[in-house]
Design a protein around this ligand. Structure first.
Ligand code: NAD
Length: 360
């Protein structure tokens, strides 16, 4: 039986995780075989065992096929030494799992297209996926540092990718495109960077194994423009770590609210870490105000990428869209004058829709 580890973390984490648990309970009641474990991470790890990534959590991670994580961080732990800060728990679990491929879908929900800062017609029907390499590039390349040279300080980092690293992330992008609209746009800066030149050559070579998927290349500066000029032209965007960091945050703004966007980080054997892209929202924590939809959509991604249940993922996406089409809004996605739903009400409404979809 598949093992799923739930890590609620801090701030709004426990409130939104409670909604994810309701969804999982419903799916299990409908026959999904799943063993659910729970552990602490972030500030909750510091409070319970003195560190943001406790040994007890590490042991549970080793048994898990998928980890569902809400969010970490908060004022209470802000003055701790760097290695005890909640965010270190995130870096530690990602490194421990060895998840090298970050997948971020950006899908517009038409009833919310007014909320985007772009024109409605540019957003309606938008459905793209960013596949970002997560464990290499300039963030990890050596040498790095700040040194004194000729009487002044010089800061330097190294952009570095091996053929193996490029090949394995490219495969993830091509496989994902196969299950979507069969188009990959690979992002680089090959006009000035040797690292990008290698990136382009290897991605091109991998594409020979995917004759059914169209491959295009785009320089990162142009991609930043095209994402807001005609985002619907993209299907799968394949990027390295640095370019993907910037482009995925830009893309996340296309749909309007941070409370709607899930993410997945996976490795070759399908084990993955699933989390909303937002933080612990300390300003609204404990008030039953948080939007649980990014968390619930993260459950969907977990079903698709680690638990081999793509149809259940689709049903969760349909249930979320139906609830929004019915007019239910948490404060972050409400227009002036609209009635505000609580975190619990939103979670329960999604479950009610899902229940109907599962009965079909
Ligand atoms: P944040 O994402 O927590 O919040 C930014 C704004 O968005 C806030 O106004 C917040 O209320 C709102 N928001 C976020 N998620 C929401 C949701 N689900 N529903 C409704 N509104 C939502 O970012 P921040 O304020 O910069 O950081 C707060 C804490 O979270 C910090 O401690 C930071 O280090 C941490 N953080 C954690 C993660 C993570 O766990 N992956 C990511 C980013 C920040």
């Amino acid at each position: 039986m598949k093992q799923v580890l739930l890590l609620a973390g801090d701030g709004i984490g426990p409130e939104i995780m409670a909604q994810a648990k309701k969804v999982l309970a419903l799916l299990r009641a409908h026959g999904l075989a799943l063993n659910v474990l729970e552990g602490n991470i972030g500030g909750a790890g510091v409070d319970s065992e003195g560190v943001p990534y406790p040994e007890s959590t590490r042991a549970l991670v080793a048994q898990a096929d998928a980890v569902l994580l809400a969010c970490v961080g908060g004022k209470k732990w802000d003055n701790l030494p760097r290695d005890l800060r909640p965010e270190q728990g995130l870096l530690a679990i990602r490194a421990d799992l060895g998840v090298f491929a970050n997948l971020r879908p950006v899908k517009a929900i038409s009833a919310l297209s007014e909320q985007s800062s772009l024109k409605k017609e540019l957003i309606e029907g938008l459905d793209l996926l960013i596949v970002r390499e997560l464990t290499g590039d300039i963030y990890f390349g050596q040498p790095r540092g700040i040194e004194m040279q000729e009487g002044e300080r010089i800061g330097f980092n190294t952009m570095r990718y091996s053929e193996t690293e490029i090949r394995r992330i490219a495969k993830v992008a091509f496989e994902a495109a196969r299950a979507r609209n069969k188009s990959v746009c690979s992002i680089d800066k090959m006009n000035v960077l040797e690292c990008s030149q290698l990136w382009r050559e290897v991605v091109q070579a991998v594409s020979a194994d995917y004759p059914d998927v169209r491959l295009t290349h785009m320089l990162v500066d142009n991609a930043a423009m095209q994402l807001i000029r005609q985002p619907k032209a993209f299907d799968v965007l394949l990027t390295g770590n640095l370019f993907g960091d910037i482009l995925s945050d830009e893309a996340s703004m296309l749909t309007g609210s941070i409370g709607l966007l899930p993410s997945a980080s996976v490795r070759e054997d399908g084990v993955g870490l699933y989390e909303p892209i937002h933080g612990s929202a300390p300003d609204i924590a404990g008030q039953n105000k948080a939007n649980p939809l990014a968390m619930i959509l993260s459950v969907g991604m977990m079903l698709r990428y680690s638990l081999e249940q793509p149809l259940l993922c689709e049903k969760i996406e349909q249930a979320v869209e139906a609830v929004i089409n019915q007019g239910l809004r948490t404060a972050d996605i409400a227009q002036k004058g609209q009635e505000i739903a609580t975190t619990d009400e939103m979670g329960e409404a999604v479950c009610a829709q899902l229940q109907q979809l599962l009965a079909l």
